[in-house]
Write a protein that binds this ligand. Structure first.
Ligand SMILES: [Mn+2]
Length: 457
């Protein structure tokens, strides 16, 4: 590096490579800086005499409160986050945000601090041993006027033996009121929901990745499906691809509903042997770094749709595509629901299954859109579409066996087509186009060789 020009070039390349490295890494997990930004946004909504307190849920797995995780990225159980905008002196250090982590080692769960990337860049937050929680929280809560907490995850627990209900929220509030009678307790849920429903660039990257993995898994299932396989065979193939491509889990129990099971919306037994002529509804979603996709495809187990299946499939597909096409900032959420239902009704009237569009619920009994994110049915309180929201579009048609006044050729058919859509400033972007959706594309993909006949030695 004698010559200054090549030195400059070397430095430039180093900077570019470093930037690329961080760019690539940034898509793999939410950065410490973003967690700090999220906490600062919550703190900014608190007045100077208010304090926010969140805990990692003691309930493990699905259905837990994810607001704590959203603000910290911390997976440790029994951890607490305390935010006090006025600041608190702790052993000579002034801090506004505290993460309390249990210390030590547990033979069952390993390091009690869990997987904590935040120690590297805690920002305004300091990490404190959980043993200090009583001392610090007492000092902070005694001086505060308002305490903000997210909603308690369950209203009550029912014990069937004593037939007693235990009201968690009521009892927790009572305990707090006894200890800190001056404190006014308010909900943090509205603010958290407002933040969580608009996804950041980093969150969108993770949802993109989850969608890509889910799409590839569904393509593999299309290649593999054939009569004689069990629903769980397809589930195994899909979840194998999830794990093989680095997803940590399924975001929800995989639904593989064939034949009559296609009509059960939350079917998850997946034990039936698939028969020639069946359709199978595959409603699945990989979860990547906490963020989950949610895609449904309906395919003919034998590789070709029957004419009756085609008739209904084309209606659902039209509803999926035309509803997606209208999605852009400013559109009321209820118009999205109404549009899908209207197209399904129009198609069913044309086929003679329905006389009155108002009765479409007979064949489409569920809503056709929900936001996704850290939860499969993610938190939301919006009424109008805005850039940064990510929503599913999932119209369906389900014709019961022996449906009165319906041509028997349509009996027992269940179809759903679900995609994940990001609202952008210009309109929208479908994150799940990589998995075939039209009849021609599905039938073509099903001719390819898959994993269905792999024998386990
Ligand atoms: Mn869904």
């Amino acid at each position: 590096m004698k010559n200054p020009v090549s030195w400059a070039r070397f430095s430039l390349i180093t900077i570019l490579l470093t930037a690329l490295f961080f760019e690539v890494r940034a898509t793999d997990a939410i950065s410490a800086a973003e967690y700090q930004l999220r906490r600062d946004r919550v703190a900014a909504a608190l007045d100077s005499h208010a304090v926010a307190l969140l805990s990692s849920s003691t309930i493990q797995g699905r259905g837990r409160d994810l607001n704590f995780y959203y603000l910290t990225g911390c997976k440790s159980a029994n951890a607490m986050l305390l935010m006090a905008p006025r600041g608190v002196d702790v052993h000579g250090v002034r801090a506004t945000q505290f993460l309390f982590l249990p210390s030590g080692h547990n033979v069952y769960s390993g390091d009690l601090r869990g997987d904590v990337p935040l120690t590297e860049a805690p920002g305004a937050m300091i990490i404190v041993d959980k043993k200090k929680y009583d001392e610090i929280s007492r000092a902070v809560l005694s001086a505060a006027k308002t305490l903000y907490v997210p909603a308690w995850p369950q209203n009550y627990l029912h014990d069937p033996i004593s037939d007693k209900r235990f009201f968690i929220e009521r009892d927790a509030k009572k305990a707090l009121a006894e200890k800190y009678p001056h404190l006014q307790i308010k909900s943090l849920t509205g603010r958290m929901t407002q933040l969580r429903q608009i996804k950041s660039q980093q969150e969108i990257q993770l949802l993109r990745k989850a969608a890509e993995i889910t799409a590839r898994a569904l393509c593999e299932a299309m290649r593999s499906a054939e009569p004689g396989l069990y629903e769980y065979d397809l589930q195994a193939i899909i979840e194998f691809v999830f794990k093989r491509l680095g997803a940590e889990d399924s975001g929800f129990s995989s639904i593989l509903g064939s034949g009559p099971n296609a009509l059960i919306l939350h079917y998850e037994h997946n034990r039936r042997q698939m028969q020639p002529g069946d359709l199978v509804v595959m409603d699945v979603g990989a979860q990547y770094e906490g963020y989950g996709a949610d895609i449904t495809r309906t395919i003919p187990v034998s590789g070709r749709f029957t004419p009756a299946q085609r008739d209904l499939y084309e209606i659902v597909l039209k509803a999926n595509l035309e509803t997606t096409a209208m999605m852009q900032p400013g559109v009321p959420y209820k118009e999205v629901e109404a549009k899908a239902a209207a197209i399904v009704a129009e198609g069913l009237i044309k086929l003679g299954l329905l006389q009155d569009a108002k009765e479409v619920k007979k064949f489409l009994p569920h809503g056709v859109s929900h936001p996704i994110g850290l939860e499969t049915h993610d938190v939301f309180n919006f009424t109008v579409l805005e850039p940064g929201q990510v929503l599913t579009i999932e119209p369906g048609i389900y014709v019961p066996e022996n449906a009165p006044g319906v041509d028997p050729r349509y009996w027992g058919i269940g179809i759903r087509i679900e995609d994940d859509v990001l609202i952008t400033a210009q309109g929208h972007e479908v994150l799940t186009n990589a998995v075939p959706r039209t009849i021609a594309d599905i039938e073509k993909r099903m001719k390819e060789k898959g994993l269905g006949q792999v024998r386990i030695k």
